[in-house]
Design a protein around this ligand. Structure first.
Ligand code: R5P
Length: 310
């Protein structure tokens, strides 16, 4: 078994390799003058099971293309099998046609990864579970929820806790965390008049004097979370903590969080945000490398991955 990394999140790849007491495959990823990507694998990998680690995070198009070219290079170098480890699976938010004449990017990206030559996918908190069905190869979707639950138990010592879904789509995720913590559930009724803009219509559930824990898969512009947090505060919430798997954090998101009513935002390192969030007091990063490394080890040894979540 060998690990290869793309350029999107080398820190996470190195941490995974360290946990597995392994080295990253010697490779070069360069660009031609016009921006085209050029991949070269500098060691023999014939007959090896290879795990290529690459998040489809910003710049999403470059990182996706890098992933596809790495898989192609591995296939042409006679790897025995190729697992695409995609900590953040970008392009997942368009998983169906909500309005006419749009693309289904999640399906197209799934097709591209399969066609490039991947034999298996490992990812974390897919935006929608049904994206697994867009692949005809095995998909292991790992969950950050147990890591979040451990952190909450350690850091938030109050009894009046309620889990909050920042929109109706996030209800299942918030309910799952609520079940682990044995607390109730509230739902924010969010509308999105256009991409990048969110509006809170209502809050379903009583949040008065409660410590609210908002949980979601993605924080992008920050609009959804910042609006949800202030709606909760307006309805009498004591404190608002936020737990999000993928810190996309584009544009002014970090500034918005910094200036918001949010007491603490916890994200994982599926996307490399170490530099962006340095010195921001209310943003904390939880490392997910040991969970990912354990999953890789179990796939490699043909043992259960789901046991990790029992
Ligand atoms: C939407 O369904 C996702 O789960 C997130 O709530 C959304 O992507 C967050 O976007 P933003 O931070 O730009 O409001």
């Amino acid at each position: 078994m060998k690990l290869l990394t793309g350029n999107s999140n080398k820190t996470l790849s190195k941490d995974i390799a360290k946990y597995l007491k392994s080295k990253l495959v010697n490779s070069s990823i360069r660009k031609f003058a016009d921006g085209e990507i050029y991949i070269e694998i500098n060691e023999n990998i014939r007959g090896n099971s290879i795990f290529i680690i690459q998040s489809v995070s910003s710049p999403a198009n470059d990182n996706l293309m890098e992933l596809l070219l790495c898989i192609d290079a591995l296939k042409r170098s006679s790897a025995k099998n190729i697992t695409a480890v995609i900590p953040y699976f970008g392009y997942a938010r368009q998983d169906r046609k909500v309005v006419p004449r749009t693309s289904i990017s999640a399906k197209l990206v799934s097709n591209l990864i399969t066609k490039a030559g991947a034999d298996r996918i490992v990812t974390v908190d897919l935006h929608a579970g049904q994206i697994q069905g867009f692949f005809d190869i095995p998909v292991d979707n790992l969950f950050a929820t147990p890591i979040f639950a451990r952190h909450i138990r350690k850091k938030i010592k109050t009894k009046n806790i309620i889990c909050v879904a920042p929109d109706v789509g996030g209800t299942e995720r918030a309910r799952a965390l609520g079940k682990i913590l044995n607390v109730g559930l509230a739902i924010v009724d969010k509308r999105r008049p256009k991409p990048g803009h969110s509006q809170v219509m209502n809050v379903i559930g009583d949040v008065k004097n409660q410590t609210c824990i908002i949980v979601d898969d993605i924080i992008d512009s920050g609009g959804t979370i910042v609006n949800a947090a202030s709606a909760l505060k307006k309805r009498g919430a004591k404190d608002v903590f936020v737990y999000i798997t993928h810190g996309v954090l584009s544009g002014e998101a970090v500034k918005k969080i910094k200036n918001s009513v949010i007491k603490n935002l916890v994200i994982t390192d599926t996307i490399d945000n170490w530099a962006k969030t340095k010195n921001v007091k209310n943003i904390e990063i939880l490392q997910i490398s040991s969970l990912m490394a354990e999953a890789i080890k179990r796939i490699s040894n043909s043992t259960s991955v789901s046991d990790l979540f029992k």
